[in-house]
Design a protein around this ligand. Structure first.
Ligand code: F6P
Length: 538
């Protein structure tokens, strides 16, 4: 039996429309409408979003919007913003938007206004960040802190790393920031290489405070600190925690005074604007951090209030559905033309793929349509000299998001002109390509013509902003967060749980004692048994 998405009238209209449009080229669409490049643009919140180079017409957008409206989008969006428990598998509200709500606003969870709680944590973070930044916070032996190491994984790492790298220009250069996530001991060993424990602060970031990787790294950090500082009382000066689990934080030996809390209504991958951003705040300072929050909030408001046809995250999501479900595209590339955003695609991978990697609807039915795309990317122009060839002349359709800034934070003419010329040129080449006649006109030998043809018709969006400020980073993050939400509404899946990561964790817990104790007999499949035995031979 078909699920209720693919047998809706809206879906069937889109299927029919797809048959009409599948072979219409972007070039033709531009020839038919001389103003397309100005019309299919949204300019809002300081973002110039050009979505003209897509294989869509006004009719496509109309049909996709109808599909969304028929999924009860307005009410679902309202339900998220107002704190209803829309994460039904975990029976939780989804309120990352409350993390950047201005002081004085009211958002209720189980009858309690959570906004004052959010601001109380922000104030505590600011006080602590300032003390570290100005050297007032002393380590156990009275030295000032020189290095901050964030220990966390997934949402407790990727957001902090991405934001630190993205906003490095604004960061305090007298402090060194390092990040440990992998349970591979080399990650920890390299992070503390050359460091003095009496000048190092560990932030143990874990929503649950039970995650194997983080707890293993935290214990190793504790031993390293104790070995070098020699005294249990040193922990209070060198370890702070960011978590929702005060009991486990205390059990680990961190004073709850040195814990920065958040709440179960913040998903791990949506938590970079919760206290998980502590390392970011220390790096860029409370003022810049609040600017980032303001940017997130501005995009929240844009998403909440802009009409569908002018709503950036909504349009992004509709385009994603169009390519994913109708053109059969498997991936979505994100290419920031800014070196500082080099971890942005990695951050987006968790945000999008942990959210959208679902094959059952909210009601538990198996879907009969594709859900989440594979997100990937690298900063331009490096990608151009690596994998862009496949996007230009390969056989796969890969929609691209280009992200660029008018101003560089580092004024080194002519670099920014070169960089942005490349970004704009890539979108042009992908969309319009180069025909055989154009190649011949360049005097290319006939046997080489087909090799030099660019078919074009490869879609891209361009996001142009003035510069990579904390506020603009906030806007970009919220833009993708809300894009995920909209796709979740269309596909009728829950973007806020992550059951799929559990099985591997449980199986690893079974295998650990088998590796350590040499237990026999093994009861796995023959491949797993053999791998365990091979490891034990060392
Ligand atoms: O990978 C699963 C996951 O639960 C993520 O969703 C989360 O961001 C990560 O593990 C880390 O979890 P925690 O912050 O509880 O350590």
């Amino acid at each position: 039996m078909k699920t209720t998405l693919t047998n809706t009238e809206s879906w069937k209209s889109l299927e029919k429309h797809f048959d009409e449009i599948e072979h219409v080229s972007i070039k033709t669409l531009f020839e038919n409408d001389k103003n397309r490049g100005q019309q299919l643009v949204v300019k809002d919140e300081g973002i110039y979003f050009d979505f003209s180079k897509h294989r869509i017409t006004g009719e496509t957008l109309k049909l996709l919007s109808q599909l969304l409206e028929n999924r009860d989008f307005d009410n679902q969006r309202q339900a998220m913003f107002s704190g209803e428990k829309i994460n039904i598998t975990e029976k939780r509200a989804v309120l990352h938007t409350a993390l950047r709500a201005p002081k004085g606003s009211t958002i209720l969870v189980d009858g309690r206004n959570v906004v004052p709680d959010v601001h109380a944590v922000l104030d505590k973070m600011s006080g602590f960040a300032n003390k570290i930044r100005n050297g007032e916070w002393k380590g156990h032996s009275g030295k000032t802190i020189k290095t901050i190491i964030n220990i966390g994984i997934g949402g407790s790492d990727l957001g902090p790393v991405m934001a630190y790298e993205a906003l490095k220009y604004f960061s305090i250069r007298s402090l060194d920031f390092r990040f440990v996530s992998n349970v591979d001991g080399s990650d920890f060993a390299e992070a503390v290489e050359g460091l003095r424990a009496d000048e190092t602060l560990f932030i143990i970031s874990s929503k649950t405070f039970t995650t194997l990787e983080t707890m293993a790294n935290a214990q190793t950090a504790r031993q390293w600190a104790l070995k070098n500082l020699g005294d249990e009382s040193a922990i209070a000066k060198h370890f702070v925690a960011v978590s929702t689990n005060e009991k486990e934080v205390t059990r680990f030996g961190i004073d709850p005074q040195n814990m920065f809390g958040f709440w179960d209504w913040v998903g791990g991958r949506y938590s970079m604007s919760a206290a998980i951003g502590l390392s970011t705040m220390i790096a860029i300072g409370p003022e810049n951090y609040h600017e980032m929050l303001a940017g997130l909030h501005k995009m929240d408001e844009h998403f909440r209030t802009a009409p569908v046809e002018k709503n950036i995250p909504v349009i992004m999501a509709l385009l994603g559905v169009w390519y994913n479900n109708f053109f059969g595209a498997e991936t979505q590339a994100v290419f920031p033309y800014d070196k500082y955003l080099h971890r942005f695609p990695a951050y987006l991978q968790q945000l999008t793929m942990e959210s959208m990697g679902k094959h059952v609807t909210i009601g538990g039915d198996i879907v009969d349509y594709q859900t989440g795309a594979i997100y990937w990317g690298e900063p331009g122009t490096n990608g151009q000299h690596s994998f862009y060839q496949l996007i230009h002349q390969g056989t796969k359709l890969i929609p691209v998001d280009f992200i660029g800034f008018k101003e560089s934070l580092n004024l080194l003419p002519p670099h920014q002109d070169y960089l942005i010329a490349n970004m704009i040129a890539q979108g042009e080449a992908l969309a319009f390509g180069k025909t055989a006649d154009e190649v011949r006109a360049e005097g290319v030998a006939e046997e080489m013509v087909s090799h030099k043809v660019f078919v074009g018709n490869r879609p891209s969006s361009t996001f142009f902003l003035d510069k990579l400020s904390p506020e603009n980073l906030g806007k970009l993050v919220a833009m993708y967060e809300h894009c995920v939400f909209v796709q979740g509404v269309i596909w009728n899946i829950n973007p806020f749980d992550q059951m799929g990561v559990e099985l591997g964790k449980v199986l690893a817990q079974n295998i650990i004692p088998e590796l350590q104790n040499g237990e026999k007999p093994l009861h796995h499949d023959s491949s797993t048994n053999a791998l365990i035995e091979f490891y034990r031979e060392k």
